[in-house]
Design a protein around this ligand. Structure first.
Ligand code: CAA
Length: 735
C-alpha cells in the first residue's frame, strides 16, 4: 500500500498584542467600514519589541512537539520573508531553543508568501524517501508596510508550525500540483529596507490571475475538477481577498453563484483567525487551515481540501489534501483560543512605539520585557541576536497597582506657600505593573511618555545621582527647574532606582516596569504623581515589602521635586489616599465628598510651561504682594463651603474670584482668559485646575460650572469638548 504523507500536527502562535482596526481607522481618519467590510479585517497582531520571527516560531512549534516526535525530526524547514539574518537560517535559533536533535539539517526558504508551500512539498518528497523521519516546517513572518502607508491595515504577524510525517493524523497531501511563475513587481522588499514595497491593487490583480493559472495547471496535472473538492482555502493577505479569490475561481470554472455560496460557509470559518491576526505572509494559508479545523464542529474526515498558495513576485501553487479520519482528536483548538483570548488591545501610541522599536534596531540593544512567553528576543550583542528560553513563563510574578489622578479645585500655587488647597481624587488612573525578567536589568515600557528600554542597575544609580545633584544645583539657584529631568521617562527611572534602593533589592534579579494611564500628561491632573505612587506601590508589593503612607509620600516627594522644584505634595497625597481634602503644609483635613460628584472639565492641551516654571513665576508674585496669599485662603474656604453645602450661587461667585486671582499671578494664558470670560457671560464660572501656564496658549485642565447646554455651546466655539469626571474615594491600591 502506498504511504500517505502530510500534516501530522498543526499549531500557530501570534504575540499577545493586537491593534483593533477601529483604533487604526480613528487614528488615520479612515472610515472603519473600509477596514471591517472592505478588507474584512477586525484586528491585526502586533509584534512587541522582545519577539521576532524566531520566538514566534519557537512558540508555535513547541505546542506540537513532545519528546517522542522531537527525536524523529531530522529536518527543519523555516519559511519566511522576514528573515533575521542575510546568511544564517533563523531555524537554527529555533533548533537551539527547542533542543532539537543535533543530527538534523536546518534551512531557510524564501519566495514571499509562497515558501511554506515549497517547504511542505520538499518535506513530503523527503518523507516518501524515508518514511520514518519527521520534518518540522515553520512559517513565520511579520507583515510591515510602514506607518500611515496604504498597506498599514493589512499588516499582522504570526507563525504556523506543521509537523510532516508518513501516515499523518490531519491532512494527507496528494500528488499533483499546479504551478505558475511570472516575473512581476507587485510586492517586494529590497535588502536595504525593513518594510515591504507594494503596488497594492496590482498585487491583488496578479494574485487572482495566478490563481486561475495555477488552478488550470493543477486540473491538467491531477485530472481533477471543481466538483472533486469539498473545501477551498486561499492565501489570505486580508480576508476579503480570499473571498474574492473564491468568487473568481467559481466564475473561472463557470459555476453559478448558489453552488459557490455552499462552499463559502467553510471559507468564512477558515478566515476567522486571519480576521483578528492579519497577514502573517507565509503562514497565512495554513492559518486558514487551522481556523477551519478549529471552528468547524462537523467531522470533515475524508473531505478533499484545495489549497491556493501565492507569493508575490510571483510564484503560485494549487494543490490538495485529504482530511484524515480522527483528525479532530489531534487539533489544538483550546490552545489556539487561549492565545487569542489572552491578547491585549494596544492604543495607537503603543502600536507605533512597538513598530518603531523594530525599525530602530541596531547593535548592542537590550529589549525590555514586554511579553511573558517562554521564548524572548533579548536584543543584539556584538552583532549577535540574543534569544532566551525563560525557565518558567507561567511562574512569572506580576504585581499591578493603580493610583488616581486629581483636580485641584482651589488653592493651587498658594499651597506651595503654606495656604490650603482643595483637592479631589478623580476616576482616572495610572496603572503600574512590575514583573520578573530573566536578565539582571530593569526594563521599562512607558507608552505614555514614549519610552521602551532596558538599563542596568548601575546605570540607573548613576542617573539617580545625576538627578539629585542637578536638583541640589536648582536649590542653590545655579540651574533652572527644566534642566533637571531631561527626558520625561527619567522620572520613572529615578522612581524605580529610589524604590529599589529603599527596599535593598538584590541586583541579581531583573524587573520589568510597565505603566499605562488614562490621565492626560502634563495637564494638571496629577499624572506624574499617580505614576510615581503606583510604581512605588507595585515595586514594594512585588518585593514582598510593606510600604506605609509616610514612606510612600517621602519617596514620592523626592521624585516630584525633580520635576516641580518644590512640590507641595498635594498630588502625591491624593494619589495615596483618594477622596477630597483640604491640604496644607503636607497635612490634610478630609472633606466630605461634595453632593454632586460629577465635574465638568475641558482639556485645553498640555501647557508650554511646566509646573516648575509656573511655580517659580508665581513665587515672585506672592513675594511682591503679601496679601495675595490671604485672598487665596479665603476663596478656597469659600469654594469648600459652597461644595459641602451645595450652594451653587456661592460656588459660581467663588470660582470666578479664584480665576481672577490666577490671572493676577500670571498663569492663565490670554486665549483661556477669553474662553472663561465667555463662560461667565452665559452665567457660568470656570478656572484653571493645576499649574496653568506662564507662556503659550494652553493651560491644561479647566473646570467649568454652569448650565450644561450653555457650557457646551461656548466650549464648542473654542474647539474644546467637555468631559465629565467622577470623584473617587480610593487611593493607591493593588489591582
Ligand atoms: N465601506 C465599505 N467598503 C469600503 C469603504 C467603506 N467605507 N471604503 C472602501 N471600501 C472598500 C473598497 O471598495 C475596496 O473594496 P474592493 O476592492 O472590493 O473595491 C476595499 O475597501 C479597499 O479599498 P481600497 O482598494 O481603496 O484600499 P486601499 O487603496 O487603501 O488598499 C490594499 C487596499 C491594496 C489591500 C492595501 O491595503 C495594500 O496595498 N495592502 C498590501 C498588499 C496586499 O495585501 N496585496 C494582496 C495581494 S499580494 C499577496 O497576496 C502577497 C501578500 O501577502 C502581501
Amino acid at each position: 500500500m502506498a504511504v500517505t504523507v502530510g500534516i501530522d500536527r498543526i499549531s500557530f502562535y501570534t504575540p499577545p498584542f493586537y491593534l483593533p482596526m477601529a483604533t487604526l481607522a480613528k487614528a488615520r481618519g479612515i472610515d472603519p467600514d473600509k477596514l471591517h467590510i472592505g478588507l474584512g479585517q477586525r484586528d491585526m497582531a502586533v509584534l512587541p519589541p522582545d519577539e521576532s520571527v524566531v520566538t514566534m516560531a519557537a512558540h508555535a512549534a513547541e505546542a506540537i512537539l513532545d519528546d517522542d516526535n522531537k527525536a524523529q525530526i531530522d529536518t527543519v524547514l523555516f519559511a519566511t520573508e522576514s528573515g533575521v539574518d542575510q546568511s544564517k537560517a533563523a531555524g537554527i535559533f529555533v533548533h537551539h531553543l527547542l533542543d532539537l536533535p543535533k543530527n538534523c539539517r536546518v534551512l531557510e526558504l524564501k519566495q514571499a508568501c509562497y515558501s511554506a508551500t515549497a517547504a511542505i512539498q520538499m518535506a513530503v518528497a523527503l518523507i516518501h524517501q524515508q518514511p520514518d523521519r519527521k520534518i518540522l516546517v515553520i512559517a513565520s513572518d511579520v507583515a510591515r508596510y510602514g506607518l500611515q502607508s496604504a498597506g498599514e491595515p493589512s499588516q499582522g504577524c504570526g507563525s504556523v508550525a506543521l509537523l510532516l510525517s508518513a501516515n499523518p493524523a490531519i491532512l494527507a497531501i496528494e500528488p499533483y500540483s499546479g504551478y505558475y511563475t511570472q516575473d512581476v513587481m507587485d510586492f517586494w522588499r529590497p535588502n536595504y529596507r525593513d518594510e515591504a514595497l507594494v503596488e497594492g491593487k496590482y498585487s491583488c490583480q496578479i494574485y487572482l490571475q495566478a490563481l486561475a493559472e495555477s488552478w488550470d495547471h493543477y486540473c491538467a496535472q491531477s485530472k481533477r475538477q471543481w466538483r472533486d473538492h469539498d473545501i477551498f482555502l486561499y492565501h489570505t493577505p486580508f480576508p476579503r481577498l480570499a473571498e474574492k479569490a473564491h468568487q473568481a475561481l467559481c466564475k473561472h470554472v463557470g459555476l453559478t453563484s448558489s453552488s459557490s455560496e455552499e462552499t463559502h460557509a467553510g471559507l468564512d470559518l477558515a478566515l476567522q483567525y486571519s480576521r483578528t491576526i492579519g497577514n502573517c505572509y507565509t503562514g497565512s494559508l495554513y492559518l486558514s487551515l487551522a481556523s477551519l479545523l478549529d471552528h468547524q464542529s462537523a467531522d470533515l474526515s475524508g473531505q478533499r481540501v484545495g489549497l491556493y498558495s501565492y507569493g508575490s513576485g510571483c510564484v503560485a501553487e494549487f494543490f490538495s489534501g485529504i482530511l484524515q479520519p480522527g483528525y479532530q482528536a489531534h487539533l489544538l483548538t483550546a490552545h489556539h483560543r487561549a492565545i487569542l483570548k489572552d491578547r491585549k488591545a494596544l492604543s495607537i501610541n503603543e502600536y507605533e512605539q512597538f513598530y518603531r522599536f523594530h525599525s530602530q534596531q541596531h547593535d548592542n540593544v537590550d529589549t525590555p520585557h514586554i511579553s511573558h512567553g517562554r521564548y524572548r528576543f533579548a536584543g543584539v550583542d556584538d552583532h549577535k541576536p540574543q534569544y532566551q528560553r525563560q525557565k518558567s513563563p507561567s511562574g512569572v510574578k506580576v504585581v499591578s497597582a493603580s493610583a488616581p489622578g486629581k483636580l485641584i479645585l482651589s488653592g493651587e500655587h498658594a499651597v506651595v506657600h503654606g495656604a490650603p488647597a482643595l483637592v479631589i481624587a478623580v476616576e482616572r488612573y495610572t496603572k503600574a505593573t512590575v514583573s520578573s525578567a530573566s536578565d539582571q536589568k530593569l526594563s521599562f515600557h512607558l507608552p505614555d511618555v514614549g519610552h521602551i528600554g532596558s538599563e542596568t542597575f548601575h546605570k540607573l544609580h548613576r542617573l539617580k545621582t545625576r538627578l539629585q545633584e542637578a536638583h541640589g544645583k536648582f536649590r542653590r539657584g545655579e540651574r533652572g527647574i527644566s534642566d533637571i529631568i531631561q527626558k520625561p521617562f527619567e522620572l520613572l527611572q529615578y522612581t524605580a532606582a529610589n524604590a529599589l534602593d529603599k527596599f535593598a533589592t538584590p541586583d541579581d534579579q531583573g524587573f520589568h516596569i510597565h505603566t499605562e494611564s488614562n490621565l492626560p500628561i502634563g495637564c494638571g491632573m496629577g499624572s506624574s504623581a499617580a505614576s510615581i505612587i503606583s510604581a512605588n506601590y507595585a515595586i514594594a508589593h512585588y518585593l514582598g515589602k510593606t510600604i506605609d503612607d509616610k514612606t510612600q509620600y517621602q519617596l514620592g516627594l523626592r521624585a516630584e521635586n525633580l520635576q516641580h522644584g518644590y512640590s507641595s505634595g498635594i498630588d502625591l497625597h491624593v494619589a495615596i489616599h483618594g477622596g477630597c481634602h483640604l491640604f496644607q503644609n503636607g497635612q490634610s483635613t478630609v472633606q466630605n465628598m461634595p453632593a454632586d460628584t460629577n465635574f465638568y472639565i475641558v482639556n485645553t492641551g498640555a501647557p508650554d510651561a511646566n509646573t516648575g516654571q509656573c511655580v517659580t513665576h508665581s513665587r515672585q508674585c506672592f513675594q511682591q504682594q503679601p496679601d495675595l496669599l490671604e485672598k487665596f485662603v479665603e476663596v478656597t474656604q469659600s469654594i469648600a463651603y459652597a461644595l459641602q453645602s451645595a450652594n451653587q450661587a456661592q460656588l459660581i461667585a467663588s470660582v470666578r474670584l479664584n480665576h481672577r486671582l490666577l490671572v493676577e499671578i500670571g498663569v492663565v494664558p490670554a486665549p483661556i482668559q477669553q474662553f472663561i470670560k465667555q463662560i461667565e457671560e452665559v452665567g457660568g464660572a470656570a478656572k484653571v485646575c493645576g499649574a496653568g501656564s506662564v507662556k503659550g496658549e494652553k493651560a491644561g485642565i479647566v473646570w467649568l460650572i454652569g448650565d450644561d447646554q450653555a457650557l457646551q455651546t461656548v466650549a464648542h466655539q473654542h474647539g474644546f469638548s467637555i468631559e465629565t469626571l467622577h470623584s473617587d474615594y480610593d487611593g493607591v491600591k493593588l489591582i
